[in-house]
Design a protein around this ligand. Sequence first.
Ligand code: UGA
Length: 447
Amino acid sequence: MTEKVAVIGLGYVGLTLACALASRCFQVTGLDVDEEKLEKIRRGTPPIYEEGLEPLLNHVLKLGALKVTSDYQEAVRESEACFICVGTPSNPDGSVDLRYVEETARMLGKALKDKPGYYLVVVRSTVPPGTTRNLVRRILEEESGRSIGDFGLCFNPEFLREGKALEDTFNPDRIVIGCVDRESGEKLLVIYRKFYGDKLPPTLITTLVNAELIKYVSNAFLATKISFINMVSQLCQALPGADVKVVAEGMGMDKRIGREFLAAGLGWGGSCFPKDALGLLRFGEELGVQLPIVEAAIKVNESQIEHTVKLAEELIGDLGGKLVAVLGLAFKPGTDDIRESRSIRLVEKLLERGARVRVHDPKAIENARKVLGERVSYAGSIEECMRGAELCILATEWPQYRRINAETLKRLMKTPALLDGRRLYKPEEFREIKFKAIGLGDSNQEP
Ligand code: UGA
């Protein structure tokens, strides 16, 4: 069936999906309530920075395969299936705020009233288990006066990494389809067969609730894996001769453990892991189930910042009044996103200790300014960031920081001291030229 689809919510998940589908024979209507965002998209400028998205957006606009609107009636009229990709932010207590999903279901339900024939609704926003059946289905049925069978309903999680969203859309490890009934699942499979052709990724078809849970626990597991190695990193720091980088390499050689997500550092941030870990914890509480491993993963993640500040003090003593240069503000390289960025958290802690902070980032300065304001100074280049600094902390491992030359830093800085929070450098190369340098998780001492 479906060649005409709608994508609701044009954030990094929705816009990526909309462009990807439009590039492969689908006629896509993108919907968002933010007119300013729509205007940018119409002009071919993605409202967020995502590798490869701008040329793809322009390509599909030129093809006439993507149009955008804020009108639900139009989006539903112009499609036979829709993907809900609206945000699910956190409430102050960490539980999930479902108001955008609710509103979308309401608007869709109203539009479905007059829609002839079968229509498939696919929830792609991350929602707590039970939400698709208990909330989305109920609202759709109430508002449309129709029931399952007239329309289909799936939960189909996204597993996209920011910065690699297109790559992950075109080549995912797996597709998980949770469906309310068989027909819904089969209809979504038709869409994916059409999209992937004979390269359909391994696909799991299951119930709505299993699919919803798979999304949450996958993120919680990955966050736990990072926290595990960060816990080991704190152990290594205290153990003469130990280096977490080597330990992680040795662990990862076991196929059952795997090398990925074992990079020790300041911890995990971004719009997903922190929100989903807390969301899962609150969800467990509601069911009366404790999730102590998730709790511990969050605790270790928080402790990495204090641990890093202590190392900074080990290097240059009391931070009061000292100029600290921080390289990298984005929550990871390749994005301008600073949501829950560990680097921003670190800057806040340094300021609390009385340090003067100067920051640099290739993409995230504008966003960082909204949060940090005039409390820090902003450098347009790495050199400018380093000039006169008493300590340099590498907080986000942008590839361009790899090229930093120790000799140049030494010349620019007031006192040559480096704290590598993402293990980008070989501290011994710095130490060779009498640079005080510590790598997170590297004890830097003879056994
Ligand atoms: C994450 C997941 O990787 C995606 O699979 C998922 O779809 C997405 O969340 C989501 O739920 O939408 P993302 O938040 O873009 O993707 O970022 P990651 O690349 O997973 O990194 C998350 C954080 O972990 C970053 O702060 C990164 O610096 C940190 N990290 C990652 C480490 O500290 N060490 C590692 O080894 C890997």
